[in-house]
Design a protein around this ligand. Structure first.
Ligand code: GLC
Length: 751
């Protein structure tokens, strides 16, 4: 071989090695994320940028195959990983590998008042999403429970913005540590399902910032959410997906959101509006987001060909497209293109244990006269009554419906535990509610039909009740339309299917009757005085039977607290107090949040005593707790670092348990109207019998502030405040005065 050829060969080899060694920046995970994003963007054509900002199937969007950039797959929902549907149809794909664990509904998670449970929840559901190769989990939902008629409240975290804010961030971090994006929803003001696609919410700025935005802000600023879902409704005249105030001014401006705003399915309506106003990805157009829609309409999406046409005609700026595409690339590199993410796991023992623990901590013991619970050792014959003891609840309810690997029903869980204690468990239906056996194409396989009349069902149950040592009624709502389900609201505040009559008949036949209701919302309780023990069970998911049995038999000491107010009647909720249709469900498409801040306990605190069955923050235990002398330390707010409330909590009972210390702040004199008190700190503490712990709760300037809509600043006015400390919003054990001397104002905008 000549010298020249050797040199040529060496040069070619070097060039080849150099070429092999030179990985493009966007593919090099050792490079900073932003460099990779910009490098990828610089290599993309306009058509490729358009291609990645809208769906290509029901739940996926493409990447850039030419550049080796993968697309993303989204999945519902907030409580578990939805079974796959066909590429372009809502019907089930019929896969054999997509059964999952159903975790408790988020109202149950909120009822734990334990951010550690949120972290466990997010980690667990994130592992299931990861294992199923999903890149975006379409959850959690954090819309405030404004009306107990809202069909989707079971997917959310209750009526209080501070509780929601504290519970959402750990969930999001837990999901995202799996390399799966959380997609907090439905941003914002999606507080009813009735007419959800068109309803236009009109609300004052202060209420927007103090009540309806904090959960979303915490998700973005504290939780670091990689995506967010603007909802169907309008706010102040513009659809949430096309609303520059929500998306540009607040989300991307004030909060500095660097993720992707993903439309709700079918929530985009106009190219000229959606393109410049801050939405980044479009899904589900030409569908209702539930069960019908145009086929293969992807090129006709508002952010597809119609958008490309306006860009090429120079009618819309390329800069908007570049921002959208950059955000989507960032999402792809955080998720589907992230080679460092864990493998996840599906249906693991750990996930079932997590579902059972969260459920057990979320169940709320509302009443327990004569310590009827836990089931006493001398109880040898229990009658269980009610459809919700035998009905699958992990299916139905809309997009959060699941196909579970297994669901232990309440009756089976009770029977399993009772059998180990030699307790006989009989069952009577009591009433017939919803016998549907199929939801979203998932067949339950249950045949719940019963030919008996309502009268016979009650008579049979009452007869059996008279012969039992104890009766456990398990009823409530369910996941069918006009109950706890997406797409429609409840028609009234009462329990359906004549359950009140069943309960009255049971307690008349046997005073030792426990009522357990599984719902996502509050409801009327005409029997509240005659029933000695009442348990709020929520929707608990795959481990419902175990979690409920654990609490009813005392293996778990209940420690849940209500995240919502259980008022006596619908009129005790401000949006319904005057039966003004403009306040709910809206008139001519407009719904006016005239009640302002008066949501939940912020309103019932104003009512005459006796209007509330069970208050926000209420929940009993099988042991008893005592709060010691509460003290306040600190020299002031702002640079002085704020205050700390120290609360000695003692377990004065005979068994281990957990209590939630709650701190509310009251502004005694203000230039604006303020609620009587507002939750500003809480902490759950576990104590052995006889043990005392000093719980410390910080109060910073935010705890004293209100939002001034004129200055757009959070504002603390000097003057007298009161710190109210208790174990429920209606059980305040101590009041400590504090005098704020210096006025404070600040903007929480990162701009
Ligand atoms: C639905 C819901 C949303 C869900 C999406 C995809 O209509 O509003 O929460 O994630 O469409 O199913």
């Amino acid at each position: 071989m000549t010298a020249k050829f050797r040199i040529f060969t060496a040069a070619m080899l070097f060039a080849g090695l150099a070429a092999v060694a030179e990985v493009p920046v966007y593919l090099d995970e050792s490079k900073p994320l932003e460099e990779r994003v910009q490098d990828a963007l610089s290599r993309m054509t306009t058509a490729e940028k358009i291609g990645i900002i809208h769906a290509q199937s029901k739940f996926s969007a493409p990447g850039v195959q030419r550049l080796g950039i993968p697309g993303i797959w989204c999945t519902d929902g907030p409580h578990g990983i939805r079974p796959d549907v066909l590429w372009d149809e809502w019907e089930q794909a019929g896969a054999t590998n997509d059964s999952c664990v159903a975790f408790p509904a988020l109202t149950c998670l909120a009822a734990t008042w334990n951010p550690e449970m949120s972290a466990l929840y997010g980690r667990s559901i994130g592992e299931e999403a990861r294992y199923r190769n999903k890149d975006v989990l379409l959850g959690p939902g954090v819309n405030i429970n404004r009306t107990p008629l809202n069909g989707r409240n079971f997917e959310y975290m209750g009526e209080d913005p501070y509780l929601t804010s504290q519970m959402v961030a750990p969930y999001i971090k837990g999901v995202q540590e799996n390399g799966v994006a959380a997609c907090v929803k439905h941003y914002a003001l999606n507080n009813q399902e009735l007419d959800r696609d068109h309803v236009n919410v009109l609300v004052d700025d202060r209420t927007l910032h103090e009540i309806y935005l904090p959960g979303f802000k915490a998700a973005v600023v504290d939780g670091g959410a990689w995506s967010i879902m603007p909802g169907y409704n309008k706010y102040d005249g513009e659809h949430a997906c096309e609303n520059p105030v929500l998306l540009l001014d607040i989300l991307k401006g004030d909060w500095g959101f660097d993720g992707v705003a993903i439309s709700d399915w079918g929530a985009v309506h106009n190219t000229e509006k959606v393109a410049p106003n801050g939405l980044d990805m479009e899904f589900g157009s030409w569908t209702n987001g539930l069960n019908w829609g145009a086929s293969n309409a992807y090129d006709d999406y508002y952010l597809a060909k119609p958008y490309e046409k306006l860009l090429l005609e120079g009618k819309l700026p390329m800069s908007d497209l570049d921002d959208k595409a950059a955000r989507v690339l960032r999402l792809i590199m955080r998720t589907s293109m992230n080679r460092n993410k864990p493998y996840g796991s599906l249906n693991s023992d750990e996930h079932y244990a997590a579902a059972r623990k969260i459920g057990g901590e979320g169940i709320v013991l509302l009443k327990n006269e004569g310590s009827l619970l836990p089931v006493a050792p001398d109880v040898k014959k229990i009658l269980v009554v009610g459809e919700n003891a035998i009905k699958m609840m992990t299916v139905g309810g809309g997009s959060s419906s699941l196909k579970v690997q297994r669901e232990l029903l309440p009756l089976d869980g009770i029977r399993e535990l009772a059998s180990g204690r030699g307790v006989e468990v009989l069952y009577e239906r009591g009433y017939v509610g919803d016998v549907t056996g199929e939801y979203n194409g998932v067949i339950t396989g249950q045949d719940l039909k019963d030919p008996r009349t309502a009268e016979q069902l009650i008579a049979d149950a009452a007869r059996a009740a008279a012969e039992a040592d104890m009766v456990i009624f398990i009823g409530g709502l369910n996941k069918s339309d006009n109950q706890d389900a997406e797409g429609a609201d409840r028609k009234d505040f009462a329990l359906p299917y004549n359950q009140d009559a069943v309960i009255e008949a049971l307690v008349a036949a046997n005073p030792k009757t426990v009522v357990v209701n599984l719902t996502g919302n509050a409801y009327s309780m005409p029997w509240v005085d005659s029933v000695p023990a009442i348990v709020q069970g929520w929707y608990i998911g795959s481990e419902a039977g175990h979690a409920l049995a654990d609490v009813l038999f005392g293996d778990v000491n209940p420690s849940g607290k209500l995240p919502i107010t259980f008022a006596k009647s619908l009129a005790d909720y401000a949006p319904h107090a005057k039966a003004d249709p403009a306040m709910y469900p809206g008139v001519d498409g407009d719904v006016h949040y005239k009640e302002g801040l008066d949501i939940g306990y912020r309103y019932t605190d104003k009512l005459k005593p006796g209007r509330v069955n069970f208050a926000f923050g209420h929940g009993l235990s099988y042991t008893n707790f005592e709060l010691g002398k509460v003290s306040l330390s600190g020299d002031g707010l702002g640079e002085k670092g704020g205050y700390t409330v120290t609360v000695p909590v003692s377990n004065i009972g005979r068994r281990k348990g957990a209590e939630v210390v709650q701190v509310y702040v009251r502004d005694l004199k203000s230039s604006v109207v303020r609620p009587y008190k507002e939750l500003k700190a809480f902490s759950k503490v576990e104590l052995a019998p006889g043990q005392t712990k000093a719980v410390k709760l910080p109060l910073d300037k935010q705890a004293f502030a209100f939002y001034n809509p004129d200055t757009k600043l959070w504002t603390v006015e000097p003057g007298k405040f009161e710190i109210l400390v208790g174990t429920s919003s209606d059980n305040i054990a101590a009041r400590i005065p504090v005098n704020i001397t210096e006025p404070l104002t600040w903007s929480d905008s990162v701009r």
